[in-house]
Design a protein around this ligand. Sequence first.
Ligand code: GLA
Length: 724
Amino acid sequence: MRFLLALLVVATVSAAAAPIDIPIETNRTALVLRVDADGHLMTVHHGKRLQQAAEYGRLPGITHLNEGYSEYYNSAYTPAGSRSLLEPAVQATHADGNPSIDLVYMRHETKPAGAGVTLTTISLKDPQYPFEVTLNFRAYQNEDVVESWSTIRHSEKKDIRLQKYASANLYLSAHQYYLTHYHGNWASEVRPEETALTAGMKVLDSKLGTRAQMLQSPMFVLSLNQPAQEEQGDVLAGTLAWSGNFQFQFELDPYHNLRVLAGINPYASEYTLEPGRDFTTPALIYTYSDQGTGGASRSLHRWARNHRIPQGKGDRLTLLNNWEATQFNFDESRLVDLFNDGKKLGVDLFLLDDGWFGNTFPRNSDNAGLGDWQENKAKLPHGLGYLVQKAEAAGVKFGIWIEPEMVNPKSELYTKHPDWVIKLPNRPDAVFRNQQVLDLSNPKVQAFVYGVVDNLFTKNPKLAYIKWDCNAVIYNAYSAVNPTSHLYVDYVRGLYQVLERLRAKYPTVPMMLCSGGGARVDYGALKYFTEYWPSDNTSPAERLFIQYNYSMFFPAIASCNHITDWGNFPIKFRTDVAMMGKLGYDIVVNNLSANDLAFSQQALKTYERLKPVIYQGDLFRLQSPYTNDIASVLYVSEKQDKAVLFAYLVNSRFKAGSELPPIRLRGLQPGKRYTVQETNLMPGAKSPINNTLTYSGDFLMTIGLNPVVNDRRTSVVLEISEAL
Ligand code: GLA
């Protein structure tokens, strides 16, 4: 209790008092906000933490801000309509029609919010209106991660209209800013592009409704003074915890400081806020690192495992999925054969994908049946309960695919509840993958979606896994039951309410987040899901890049990497690529040669041994696939006693990879000695790696290792262990 009181800092100043500083610190970083003489809240430092907090008072403020019109440039939450000339964080029309906001400091407090976590809240108020904004900063000390969001409320006589409500309004000072952002499409998710920011505004956003990404991803890296480097330099990596429309704005001000505004996309989302109600934005999750993108990723991964992803410190199930193998064409006996295949292979679980439901409109292709979550009697005459039992008898757990937010026009659900579907009354229905989106702003639809999952578990308590898909975007955004609703915002909130309820009742069941490939990978949804599907593109050549890019923000334990037949690669290469995260299979086991089967069975055993380091270790991206013939990543256990190195040939030109210098390792203890052993070899293959030698960590990090990758050994996995 005494500790709690000691940490609790509460301050209140009148606008005329001397400036006060509000540092939001983690072990290595600080964001320092200052209440200026007029009571406005400004950013005066964002970056490395100072060793002596007393010196925050000496911060000059961001330099050069001396012209009268520039006073709002470094505002910690820029109001619209009054004296600011730059892009606002918050914009509203008051109940009396006045379109302006001014915000002055009222009070702040910093208090503990769990082990190693502090929560700082800063209350700001409009001097002319009962309109308040609270800025919230949850700072994770050991992980150097901050969650930043705002809460807006008022007690005006009538509703107000909120036009913009950013989660965060950051301000950085450097000579140059390099922005890495990610974009793509189905099967080509998260393609990075780095660009030097120039004067004016760069905007990244999405308007897809049900998902943040596909065309643009809700994450960015800002590198200061130089293009982003993997292990050195100052970077800020951020991502919005929101599964819907987002907007990031990067505005270079006339003094060459960078303003970053991040939040829900205001596009078609004016929000009517009643008096006395809170409007809470999603959080921008960010980390500042002076050790390049590598340092930023390791911080985000640790944060995700410790604080965000369900069972982030736990285990994951290996599985065999039937999507690539059967698509919609299966029946009960085919599935029972596949359970046995799963057992033969040695996975933990069998995952039944799309196509198991619908009777009036059987789900035999993607154009019918979605929404009718009853077992298809022709394919599964004995129902799911029978399959769960049969799987158990075969020695594997049973999981199932659902897509409960969606509906095919050819379905009983659509016929019964046309008003549950998002569509415009006077325009033709528009479908995406032959389907439409249910209106999750409608509580009845929320209850239905919850019921789909709850019924599955109630009827089949042994159901061990859910793959939750979301294959369509929102076209013709309009809610029939609540035409004035802020549909884009309320859709995502409705989804989170359903997931919240489900997680309260089923806290431990593993759930995969999928969205027509990787269109819904964000930390808003990953509060509820143990893992995500990065892309339908499972060609290992492509996955090397796709997984590499997601790894900037998301940890290996959550990345579902399945071995499939995409791309016609040898089984070892496919397996080595999939092992860099949560391993799974989507193949016809019977089609494997005896040698490939034996390899795979052994690989699953090897994976059992390696996975604690892959799941919980620190990731070092040693060589990028973009700039090297050999791509390589390393996972190092927290105790630095075990590490796993993966190396892959990514160039098929003559002698590519074979005349390169050794790969330098990172993250080991220089003074420890390590053995190096090649693992995951094909049956009978001999390794050229000498496993009798020991090396100091210093040697491995200064000189490095040659994993001997070439066109006959296109991928190599090395197990590095402290010599005892
Ligand atoms: C999406 C998913 C796939 C598969 C199909 C089923 O495309 O990304 O993995 O589940 O749906 O229809």
